[in-house]
Design a protein. Structure first.
Length: 378
């Protein structure tokens, strides 16, 4: 979601104050530029547009005011216009701010690979690029690459800004570095208490420690800001562990709408439906998880369970065998074998297995590389 939050009153007041000064000194170009920046910060886009028009006329379309025109276009959501203007400003040696803003536009337009490629040369000279580059890599599933860069930066003592620490915390969790994920999230949240990725990372760590109440609270803090797929998924898993299955169902169904490529969420949805007695719905969720990655053992094992519960023994055995080859210790395949043998089909057994599987999913990275999982995070 690309929602615009209301600017703080003091930011709006500063913008209006600068406009008043400018009315008394209309030829002051520096004041005009300051008034434009303040209007953008205050989300006073009509005032910003007037300042851009004045600046372009006064400077005969200078690069500086063309860049500000592109900035206004981004703020107004006119991304194609912004992209065209920024592309025209790039030249053979583009300014870092131009390249960063173009990378930001590409990210907003879902071109994560292109955004990452454009931002990477800026990493050593333009710290603002750190967070957006990490987000771009995260979206295309290059979590290990992103974590390698973060780990090297931390080891070398290179500081990251709070936003980058927050993104890095979720990268760390998805790269299965749980202790570091919690530390990075705390670092980000000290400076930015509502940072979405840091809240999701901290909540995911809590869920892995079976602290479902804390996980749910942190997820809800994100959802109060925006409808975020990872937060919805986290909340759904927490609600399931808290035995609030109807709420878990709603949270996970919304999560897969927002993140259709997140395997772990499809897994959680499948087991929630199964616990609620919806075997057909569970089969559909597990089948979707299999479509995303046919080499994830628990997906085959879970699918085998629902097939076995429907008496489709031959199909169930095929998937259970595949699950055991992929993951010899997988619990779902073991349970499917019990169901096929006529044991373990009672609701209590299903519930015990589901909770054990979900505990495992909370600790691992069931992430689909193609970047299909929508906006998680910002």
């Amino acid at each position: 979601m690309n929602t615009v939050s209301a600017a703080p009153q003091d930011v709006i007041a500063r913008s209006e104050r600068l406009d008043a000064y400018l009315a008394q000194d209309p030829s002051n170009e520096r004041l005009l530029a300051d008034a434009f920046e303040a209007a953008i910060a205050a989300n006073r886009l009509e005032a910003a547009a007037l300042h851009v028009e004045t600046g372009l006329v006064a400077t005969q379309g200078s690069e500086a005011w063309t860049f500000r025109r592109a900035t206004l276009a981004i703020a107004a959501g006119r991304l194609d216009e912004a992209r065209q203007l920024l592309a025209g400003l790039r030249g053979p040696s583009p300014q870092p701010a131009v390249q960063f803003n173009l990378g930001y536009v590409q990210f907003r337009q879902g071109e994560y690979q292109a955004s990452a490629e454009l931002l990477e040369p800026l990493l050593d000279q333009y710290p603002a690029a750190h967070a957006l580059w990490l987000r771009s890599l995260h979206q295309i599933g290059e979590v290990d690459r992103a974590w390698s860069w973060v780990a090297a930066a931390l080891q070398d003592g290179r500081p990251l800004d709070p936003d980058a620490y927050g993104v890095a915390s979720l990268v760390a969790f998805d790269a299965e570095h749980l202790a570091e994920a919690g530390q990075l999230a705390d670092h980000a949240l000290r400076a930015l208490p509502g940072h979405p990725e840091a809240l999701v990372a901290k909540g995911s760590v809590a869920l892995g420690l079976q602290d479902a109440a804390t996980a749910a609270g942190l997820a809800q803090a994100v959802i109060q800001q925006r409808d975020d797929g990872r937060a919805r998924s986290l909340l759904g898993f927490a609600q399931m562990l808290l035995q609030d299955l109807p709420s878990a169902l709603g949270s996970l169904e919304r999560a897969v709408e927002l993140m259709p490529g997140h395997i772990g969420t499809w897994q959680g949805l499948g087991w929630t439906r199964l616990l609620l007695g919806d075997v057909a719905g569970a089969e559909q969720a597990f089948a979707r998880a299999l479509e995303l990655d046919r080499n994830f053992g628990e997906s085959h094992g879970s699918y085998a369970v629902v097939l076995a519960m429907q008496g489709r023994a031959q199909e169930a055995k095929s998937h259970a065998d595949r699950a055991r080859r992929l993951d010899p210790d997988g619990m779902a395949a073991q349970y499917a074998a019990l169901v096929m043998d006529g044991e373990g089909a009672d609701p209590a057994s299903v519930e015990r297995l589901a909770r054990r599987l979900l505990s495992g999913l909370a600790r691992r990275r069931p992430f689909q590389p193609p970047g299909e999982d929508g906006e998680s995070s910002t």
